[in-house]
Structures are given as C-alpha cells and as structure tokens.
Ligand binder design. Structure first.
Ligand SMILES: [Fe+2]
Ligand SMILES: [Fe+2]
Length: 212
C-alpha cells in the first residue's frame, strides 16, 4: 500500500500503477524526465485552453491562470534538472494517454465542460499517484523533487474536482456526476494498466518492462 492512497482526491482512480511500470520508470528515469517536461507543458496549456474555451466563467479562469503559472514553474524545474543531470535534449512524441482520454469527452455543452474538468482531475490524480509510486525508487535529486510534486498534483486534482462539483451540482445531486466520473476513470485505468507499445509518464506497461 503506497502512501499515495491516503490522498483523498486519489480515490477517483480505479487502478494503481503496477510495480512493473514503476521499476521500468526508475530504470529509464532519463526518458521519464524528458516526457515529464512535456507533461508540465501540456498541463499549463490545458489550463490555458480552459481559459479560451470558457471566458464567461471568471472564477474558473482565475483559478486556472494560477494553475498554468504553477505548471510552467514545474516545467522550468524539470528543465533545470535535465541540464543538471546531463540528459541530452530529445523530442518525444506523445503517448496514447491524453488522446485516449480525450476520445471520451463529449462534443456538446454542457457535458463537454464537465468531461474536460473530470479529465483534468483524473490526469492530475494519476500524476500524483505516479510521482508518489516512483519517487522512493529514484536517486536523490529526483526522489525529493517527485515527492514534492506528488503533493502539488494532488492539490491540482482536488482543484479540478471542486471546479466540476461547483458547476455541476445538479449532476452531483442526481448521481450522474459520479456515474460519468466512473466511466471516465474506467477508461483512464485501462490506459494505465494495459500493455502499451510506448513508455511514457502516463503510459501503460511497456513490453520491455514485462520482459525484464
Ligand atoms: Fe505540474
Ligand atoms: Fe498539475
């Protein structure tokens, strides 16, 4: 039982990261860190995309402007570590995770807004769970960094969930909120736990991890 499980916004996740993935990630920490840099950029750009999509929702824009800044700071910290640990720059195409989740998002409002907020909560919760799972397996500078990030990502998951619950209180009351969350969380767990040709921060289990 990882310490991550005591985090309450993590209870939305349907499946824990496998030890195969975690062991592979620790052994391939350079690629993990390179993909992690992309995740932080993507987290900032997701927050910005909300601000463009829902300008009428001022409190959401305010909260997510703040989040975008924090994610960009994380990106800068990752870049600094990449230099410090002498990881050569390299372009990593995205894995299947974000596109897989996006395939569940409704194309019509207001369900689209709910789905996007739930996706945000699930991605942040997963990031927290993965940081917490892999941190103890890593060497010093990354170990402390990932333990700290697990705490931030847990807070971000809570923020997206709270934004969703406030805006869709009728769905919370009639149970359709939880039903939708369960649907999306089931898809998320499938992407995380099934075999995946690519190794990424949010990937499933790569073939090399199973062969090891
Ligand atoms: Fe972050
Ligand atoms: Fe985050």
């Amino acid at each position: 039982v990882s310490s991550a499980q005591s985090f309450d916004s993590l209870s939305i996740l349907r499946q824990n990261t496998s030890t195969d993935w975690a062991r592979h990630a620790a052994q391939n920490w350079q690629q993990l860190l390179l993909d992690h840099a992309n995740c932080e950029k993507k987290a900032a750009s997701t927050a910005l995309a909300f601000m463009f999509a829902y300008p009428e929702d001022r409190s959401l824009c305010q909260a997510l402007a703040r989040l975008a800044r924090e994610e960009l700071r994380h990106f800068e910290q990752v870049q600094k570590l990449l230099v410090q640990l002498k990881v050569p720059p390299s372009r990593l195409p995205p894995g299947r995770y974000a596109a897989g989740l996006r395939s569940c998002v409704a194309t019509f409002e207001p369900l689209r807004k709910l789905d996007l907020l739930l996706c945000g909560a699930l991605i942040e919760a997963r990031s927290c769970e993965r940081f917490a799972t892999v941190a103890p397996l890593l060497a010093p500078p990354l170990q402390a960094f990932y333990s700290d990030l697990a705490i931030s990502e847990r807070r971000h998951a809570g923020l997206y969930l709270e934004l969703a619950r406030e805006r869709f209180s009728a769905a919370v009351a009639d149970g359709s909120f939880d039903a939708r969350l369960t649907q999306m969380a089931t898809k998320e767990a499938e992407l995380i736990a099934s075999p995946d040709p690519e190794f990424r921060f949010h990937s499933g289990v790569p073939p090399a991890a199973l062969a090891a």
